[in-house]
Ligand binder design. Structure first.
Ligand SMILES: Nc1ncnc2c1ncn2[C@@H]1O[C@H](COP(=O)(O)OP(=O)(O)OP(=O)(O)O)[C@@H](O)[C@H]1O
Length: 310
C-alpha cells in the first residue's frame, strides 16, 4: 500500500489572462517526505505552490492538502501548514525578528521554542534590528523560521535557500532533515539541483505548467538513462572520429575545452573501444570516469537548451 498523501494535485490548471501558468499538472506528495519541485523560470512552480497555500484559486482541477481544499477550507488548514513565500516576502519591514516570531508563536497551539529556532537559524546575533535593516539572506532565515514556528504538518517553501550562504544552506538542510524525521511533510521549489539531490525523497521536474518527470533522485538518474564517461585530453579532439568508433546510440561532446563526455549504455566493450581509440590517437585519457548521469544532466536534457535559456 502506498504511503498516505499529504498533498494531492490533480489536473490543475491556472491561467493569468493569456498565460497558462499551470497546464494540467498532477502530483502526489507522500506524507513525511521531502519533495523538491524543479523547473525553469516561469514553469509554474510558484503558482502551483500558491494554490496549495490557498493564496490562489485554480481555474480547473483539484488540490487537496491534508485532505482539505486550500481555497475553501483555508481557515482549518492555516494552523496546520507552514508557508514561506519567494524572497521571504510577506512581513512588515519594521518588524523585529524575535518579536515577530514570538507573536506568531502565540497564534499556534503547539509552537516550537522561539529561542531554539532563532539559535538554529543563526538569528540570535541580529539583536533588535528590524527586518528592513537585515540582509537578504537574514530575511530569508526569518521567513523560514516564521514558516516553521507553528510546528506545521506540511511546509511549503518557495526557494527557501536562495541567497543563503553555504553555511546557512547547510543548517537549513539539516533542519529540514530533522523536520522530516519528526513527521513533517516538506514541499520545496528550488533552482539548486544539488539541493534537490541532497534533500529530496521525491523530485518533480516541471516545465510549461506540466510535470515532465518525477521520481527519487536515483530513479531519475539511473534506470533507463544512459551512463556517462568523462575524460580529459587535448582540446579540439576529433569527436566525430570517436563517435564513429562507438555504437550508434553513443553521443560524444567536448563540454569544455579539453573536457569530453560520452553518453551511452556503457559496457566493458564500449570502454575498450574508447581507450583503443585514445591509444590509436596517442591520447592519454586523463581522469577517465564512468558514472551515472547527474540529476543536472537529466534536468538539462529534459528542459533542453530552449528551457535553459528562457
Ligand atoms: N500574478 C501574475 N499575473 C500574470 N502572470 C503571472 C502572475 N504570476 C505568474 N505569472 C506568469 O505565470 C507563469 C508561471 O509563473 P510562476 O511564478 O508560477 O513560475 P515559477 O516556475 O515559479 O518561476 P520562477 O522559477 O521564476 O520563480 C509565468 O509565465 C509568469 O510570468
Amino acid at each position: 500500500m502506498s504511503a498516505a498523501a499529504a498533498v494531492e494535485i490533480s489536473s490543475l490548471v491556472k491561467r493569468y489572462d493569456a498565460v497558462t501558468a499551470v497546464d494540467g499538472l498532477s502530483l502526489r506528495v507522500a506524507a513525511r517526505t521531502i519533495t523538491a519541485v524543479l523547473g525553469p523560470n516561469g514553469a509554474g512552480k510558484t503558482t502551483t505552490i500558491e494554490i496549495c497555500e490557498g493564496f490562489r484559486r485554480p481555474d480547473a482541477g483539484t488540490v487537496r492538502v491534508l485532505g482539505l481544499d486550500p481555497w475553501r477550507d483555508g481557515a482549518a488548514l492555516r494552523p496546520r501548514v507552514g508557508v514561506m513565500l519567494q524572497e521571504g516576502a510577506g512581513f512588515y519591514p519594521g518588524a523585529r525578528p524575535v518579536e515577530l516570531l514570538t507573536h506568531l508563536a502565540r497564534l499556534h497551539a503547539y509552537p516550537l521554542d522561539v529561542r531554539m529556532l532563532v539559535a538554529r537559524l543563526g538569528l540570535d546575533t541580529l539583536g533588535r534590528a528590524p527586518l528592513r535593516r537585515l540582509s537578504g539572506g537574514e530575511r530569508q532565515r526569518v521567513a523560514l523560521a516564521a514558516a516553521l514556528i507553528g510546528r506545521p504538518e506540511v511546509v511549503f517553501l518557495d526557494e527557501a535557500t536562495a541567497g543563503l550562504d553555504p553555511q546557512g544552506r547547510r543548517s537549513t538542510w539539516q533542519l529540514l532533515d530533522e523536520l522530516r524525521a519528526a513527521g513533517v511533510t516538506v514541499v520545496l521549489t528550488t533552482h539548486l539541483i544539488d539541493e534537490a539531490e541532497r534533500l529530496a525523497d521525491h523530485v518533480v521536474i516541471v516545465d510549461a505548467g506540466r510535470v515532465l518527470a518525477e521520481g527519487t533522485p536515483q530513479e531519475l538518474t539511473s534506470g533507463v538513462s544512459d551512463d556517462v564517461i568523462r575524460f580529459g585530453g587535448p582540446p579540439r579532439l576529433d569527436v566525430g572520429s570517436l563517435r564513429a568508433a562507438l555504437p550508434d546510440t553513443a553521443a560524444v561532446r567536448e563540454i569544455a575545452p579539453g573536457s569530453y563526455e560520452v553518453t551511452a549504455k556503457v559496457d566493458p566493450r564500449l570502454l575498450a573501444t574508447l581507450t583503443s581509440w585514445c591509444a590509436a590517437n596517442d591520447i592519454l585519457a586523463e581522469g577517465l570516469q564512468v558514472g551515472h548521469r547527474s540529476l543536472e544532466d537529466v534536468y538539462l536534457e529534459l528542459i533542453g537548451a530552449e528551457g535553459a535559456t528562457r
